[in-house]
Design a protein around this ligand. Structure first.
Ligand code: AKG
Length: 270
């Protein structure tokens, strides 16, 4: 079973991110790439950077026709074990966003902190960003500002009314030093983990290579997914429906006792 080493856990805690030794085997990557192509084919009207809740099969109520294969990826016991190394033994899956940036015209992801958009209280989350294709400086890999998660501070974000961005919120200039950015270059099957407070973004993809990452979102069950909260409502540029978003308890128990694991799950007819 994959596990983060003590060194990897210490790196995540100190820097806000880590690139673990563990990676998906090539056959699994090939399978997921087919799943990705099918997902794109099934969502002709959706920009491939905005495939939100791709793990919720069929019409997911958030404008996307999702696929079971992304749910299976998010439930992968090895990935869940990695996450457990940094958020503890009680792990809740609540999101999966496919950020596929087509060659030549892939949207920029402005610098942001995820915590700004999410209804999790207390705010806590680990994102696993799984590369299904090579992700490099050339095609706009994820970039992070190391140690920006420290102190758990959310900085102001400004709304940007543009239609060539993955998100319409950008951190106000001056709240961090872009010169500190680290490029997280990944080979297919490799992944990075990042903390909910960490400042990150990605440049536009102007290269001739598509770039795809699947962002899997996990919170500890000591936090509550507050369905009535709608932070940055309607301003992110990605349509979400937190009120009906399904949650899965993948490991341990619901420590808060307040998370709802029934909402959003379809029951078989009859
Ligand atoms: O892949 C990207 O461009 C953005 C990913 C991101 O912002 C995230 O995973 O939180």
């Amino acid at each position: 079973m994959a596990r983060l080493s003590a060194h990897e856990i210490a790196h995540y805690q100190a820097e806000g991110w880590v690139m673990p030794q563990f990676r998906l085997p090539p056959a699994r990557v090939a399978q997921m790439r087919e799943a990705l192509d099918a997902l794109i084919r099934n969502n002709p009207g959706v920009r491939p950077e905005k495939l939100v809740s791709a793990h919720v099969e069929g019409d997911n109520g958030e404008g996307v026709r999702g696929s079971r294969q992304f749910l299976e990826l998010a439930m992968d016991p090895e990935i869940v074990e990695l996450v457990s190394g940094v958020i503890g033994k009680d792990v809740v899956l609540w999101g999966c966003h496919v950020f596929c940036k087509p060659a030549a015209e892939g949207y920029e992801t402005p610098w942001h902190q995820d915590g700004h958009y999410w209804p999790i209280r207390p705010l806590a989350n680990c994102t696993v960003w799984v590369a299904l294709e090579e992700s490099t400086i050339e095609n706009g890999c994820l970039r992070v500002i190391p140690r920006s998660h420290r102190g758990g501070v959310l900085h102001p974000h400004l709304h940007e009314d543009r239609n060539d961005l993955t998100l319409n919120q950008r951190m106000a200039a001056g709240s961090f030093d872009e010169a500190q950015a680290v490029d997280l270059e990944l080979q297919p099957g490799q992944m990075s983990l990042h903390d909910v407070y960490m400042i990150h973004g990605a440049k536009a993809n102007t290269s001739d290579k598509r770039r795809t990452g699947v962002a899997l979102r996990y919170m500890p069950s000591t936090s509550v997914f507050e369905r009535k909260l709608r932070p940055a409502d309607g301003k992110t540029g990605v349509a979400v429906n937190f009120a009906e978003r399904p949650l899965w308890l993948l490991k341990g128990v619901d420590r808060s006792g307040r998370n709802d694991f029934e909402v959003g799950h379809r029951r078989p007819a009859g």
